[in-house]
Write a protein that binds this ligand. Sequence first.
Ligand SMILES: *[C@@H]1O[C@H](CO)[C@@H](O)[C@H](O)[C@H]1NC(C)=O
Ligand SMILES: *[C@@H]1O[C@H](CO)[C@@H](O)[C@H](O)[C@H]1NC(C)=O
Length: 399
Amino acid sequence: MSSLTVWKHTVLYLTLIITLLYIIETQISHKLHINHNKIHLKRSPDLPLRFRDDGTFKILQVADMHYGMGSITRCRDVLDSEFGYCSDLNTTQFLRRMIEAERPDLIAFTGDTIFGASTTDAAESLLEAIGPAIEYGIPWAAVLGNHDQESTMNREELMTFLSLMDFSVSQINPPAEDGSDQAERGSLRSIDGFGNYRLRVHGAPGSVLSNSSIFDLFFLDSGDRETVEGRRTYGWIKDSQLRWLQDTSKQGHKGNFLSNPPAVAFFHIPISEVRDLWYTPFIGQFQEGVACSIVQSGVLKTFVSMGNVKAAFIGHDHTNDFCGNLKGVWFCYGGGFGYHAYGRPNWHRRARVIEAKLGKGKDTWTGVERIRTWKRLDDEDLRKIDEQILWEASYTFLK
Ligand SMILES: *[C@@H]1O[C@H](CO)[C@@H](O)[C@H](O)[C@H]1NC(C)=O
Ligand SMILES: *[C@@H]1O[C@H](CO)[C@@H](O)[C@H](O)[C@H]1NC(C)=O
């Protein structure tokens, strides 16, 4: 090699090294800083939750997503012809389609959002599963099912994480003394489970009830599995949780126009009385046995005595999607949403929508006048089915 060639090579190498250093400094270095803490603050939705200008408040119920690890998690119970091209991403796509079609004001994830056995990182799975709600900036609330805690987080950690995610309105548990001024800051009521809380929805902007909560949403932890007298069974809603419901009901809403406004509840595992609906004119499909605890909880009795709970929305049994009425309270299944969850081939994954509508006074929106529900199927045109009225006010507001 001549000295000229060596010299040329040296110049080339130097140029290459300088170029690399330049690229690292300008393009990559900011990603390498570890002391340069970028603090991520939770992005919160506009609160309080409130009815829209058109007098409606719409909730999308997402039951049993069973999310795993995205594109590598296969679908269950789809047609053989669909199996090759089906993963958790189909579940994500369905959620996006539902959001686009319904533009809900709140999304309620009623448990088994992730399927513990199919993920190695619960946090990562939750971020992906709930991702579309965050993308669209829609407030969302979650309760736990019986599978969520089967990977890297226990139930307390899951509810803590869920409450800290962007646009979440989920809470770990109610404050020590709901509504009391003396309640120690941040201390939670000692209660069974994680994810028991109340959300209050305010009246439409500019209306007489814009500063009042006129629609209550109760979220309850129905547990996972328990052993009772040597028998393995599902969890149930405990007396401490029912006492909290009773207390919120007794205490009402201080300084509010309506002391106990209409309410609905969300939890995962059905109560045993849901079995009795088989003998009633339910709306929707009753295709599998009701899988619930052998312990009969006082949920129904509590709802009836509270008087304002009009409906409860549950999950757990994916191929049941009916609504039936027990002693004046509707119990409605969401129907299986997720593709990694068991289901039936040729029976579309589905989701439930709940819409509360306000009454119209002389020149202002008043309180809730009607609660309706319907479902949509994940077919080509998101077919809407089984629309029904769950409750209508028998009173008339200041007309
Ligand atoms: C899953 O999504 C893919 C890609 O969009 C689509 O081709 C396929 O039909 C979907 N499968 C089901 C069962 O919906
Ligand atoms: C609601 O509260 C806001 C802010 O405090 C107030 O300006 C408004 O007049 C109140 N509206 C009603 C209907 O009470």
